[in-house]
Design a protein around this ligand. Structure first.
Ligand code: PBG
Length: 390
């Protein structure tokens, strides 16, 4: 107190020191300072001020006092039942291939390795997967017909999974990028335009071929206008009225997809002299600055028959998750994308974060924001942690 007084003598008193002076004076009037008899409560450190209780009608800390009570009143719970596990599949040899920018994640060799990985996930309660094929370059074309090859890697993987695990929910990705030599989700014209309606024709064939292979849920991630309705009509026409659509409703043109494009070698390719290939996906994926636009996409998807709406990426877009939760009664999914996984892994490897705590916190925050389903590369690890494993 003296120090403060002295510091303001002879100088222009600064606003902050004046404010703290006032606070101190009030405190001295309303409660006694440290007790004069030197007594303090047992177990309190020597020097703890002795004060009368604050007159507080509400003390939120009462509801946080024990783990038992905290877990009794917890507002949202994460369970392996919420997770959808992405799996990358390849056919270039019989071993799994590590993905450098996603430590712990592999391109799985088609066959036994895929089955083993999914069996492990199921043993921890994860019973939903989404399949991403790594297409060899020689099968990629500018029009991506491999996307609807009945015997393509994606279609065979779906069949393999459903044959081995009939009750597994198998999701697919509907977009042309893994099969397109230009690396775009749609067909690119020589002038560099991603052709909307022409692309939709092939997306419909792709979705139908995935449904024929046994897919339970097809997930258009391409962001073409009108694709959900067109896919719904195509599925219904072919008798797949029970196949669901999880739409990537608010999919942003994000820098966080980098490691995924490494995993599938699916980044947009530089154009040749006669073809102008856009270097990014900004003419179809959403601008990260936009919020209201997500409502427009959500209304369209709902009207077109989507069963589930997704927001992607995850953690930087929790406001959009909450927005869709409040805009629509449909289940909401969120994609904890490859770049988010890579960031957590990198910090954990350096010992800068407690990985388990940080990951489970991220999952909980997705639930708090309103997500029912979480697509995450941490699906197996997080489920192990939830089961109490180290
Ligand atoms: C393909 C697709 C992408 C992702 C999911 N589906 C890549 C992209 O749009 O470029 C990204 C997933 C991730 O980063 O984990 N349309």
């Amino acid at each position: 107190m003296n120090t403060q007084l002295r510091s303001s003598v002879g100088r222009a008193p600064v606003a902050s020191s004046r404010r703290s002076l006032v606070v101190r004076n009030i405190a001295e009037v309303t409660r006694p300072a440290v007790s004069t008899n030197g007594k303090h409560r047992a177990g309190y450190p020597e020097g703890t001020p002795v004060v009368p209780p604050q007159d507080l009608p509400s003390r939120p800390r009462r509801n946080r006092r024990s783990e038992t009570f905290r877990s009794a009143i917890r507002e949202c719970i994460v369970s392996p039942a919420n997770f959808i596990l992405p799996i990358f599949v390849h056919e270039e040899g019989s071993s799994n291939i590590p993905i450098a920018s996603m430590p712990g994640i592999y391109r799985l060799a088609y066959g036994k390795n895929v089955i083993d990985y999914v069996a492990e996930a199921r043993s921890y309660g994860v019973n939903q997967v989404v399949v991403f094929p790594k297409t060899p370059d020689h099968l990629k074309t500018t029009t991506a017909e491999e996307a609807f090859n009945k015997n393509g890697l994606s279609q065979r993987t779906i069949r393999l999974l459903k044959d081995n695990f009939p009750d597994l929910e198998v999701y697919t990705d509907v977009a042309l990028d893994p099969y397109n030599s230009d690396g775009h989700d749609g067909i690119v014209s020589d002038a560099g335009v991603i052709l909307n309606d022409e692309t939709i024709e092939y997306l419909c064939r792709q979705a139908v071929s995935q449904a024929e292979a046994g897919a339970d849920v097809v997930s258009p991630s391409d962001m073409m206008d009108g694709r959900v309705g067109a896919i719904r009509r195509a599925l219904d026409r072919e008798g797949f009225t029970n196949v669901s659509i999880m739409s990537y409703t608010a999919k942003y043109a994000s820098a966080y997809y980098g490691p995924f494009r490494d995993a599938l070698a699916s980044a947009p390719k530089p154009g040749q002299a006669h073809r102008r290939i856009p270097p990014n996906k900004k003419t179809y994926q959403m601008d990260p600055a936009n919020y209201r636009e997500a409502v427009r996409e959500a209304k369209a998807d709902e009207a077109e028959g989507a069963d589930i709406m997704m927001v992607k990426p995850g953690m930087p877009y929790l406001d959009v998750v909450r927005l869709l939760r409040e805009t629509s009664p449909l289940p909401v999914a969120v994609y904890h994308v490859s770049g988010e996984y890579a960031m957590l892994k990198a910090a954990a490897e350096r010992g800068w974060l407690n990985e388990k705590d940080a990951v489970l916190e991220a999952m909980t925050c997705f639930r708090r924001a309103g997500a029912d389903l979480i697509l995450t590369y941490y699906g197996i690890e997080a489920s192990k942690w939830l089961a109490g494993e180290k």
